[in-house]
Design a binder for this molecule. Sequence first.
Ligand code: GRF
Length: 200
Amino acid sequence: MGRRIAILLSGRGSNFLAIYENILRGKLDADICAVISDRSKAPGLLKAKELGLPSFFVSFKDRAKGEEETARIIEERGADLICLAGFMRILSANFVRRFKGKILNIHPSLLPSFPGLDAQKQAFEYGVKYSGCTVHFVDEGVDSGPIVKQAIVKVFDDDTPQKLAERILREEHKIYSEAIKLVLDNQYVIEGRRVLFKKK
Ligand code: GRF
């Protein structure tokens, strides 16, 4: 796999920025070839523009058209890997099949627990003692693809969903770049649901 990544986001873009900074610091050898957002005013998209990265707003009012336009940009820009970083839309089976094995997502819980929205709050209210975050391949389900990497975050008695979310986010910023590196290095096999990394 080459080393060009496209980022899809809808919001503040802190995961995108963490990836960008890890590239600058030499921790991740990759180029961000496109930042695409379904929200024209997403802070993450505005930041990407400020940084001079190729940035694209794509309307998803019509999902099929939005996906087609997104796919066109991804292919034109020659992205090898698509990283969802707070992209608040479920991609169709068609789109996922078109980029099979080339889409990663980050989710703020230890999957398969607490998929979907407000995962940190769901975990907090459930009363788990440990939560965390997961980077996984995207398949046709919601937060359900094979897991590439996870990090554990302890839940304290005096926590709030907000405080827990902040500590999980710090781990997200580390493991997303690590997972991208593992995948770009292409030294893995998928057996069933298990992503296994070959020792170098
Ligand atoms: C993160 O918590 C990520 O796990 C989830 O959406 C949030 C995006 O945050 N998928 P940011 O836009 O990267 O700051």
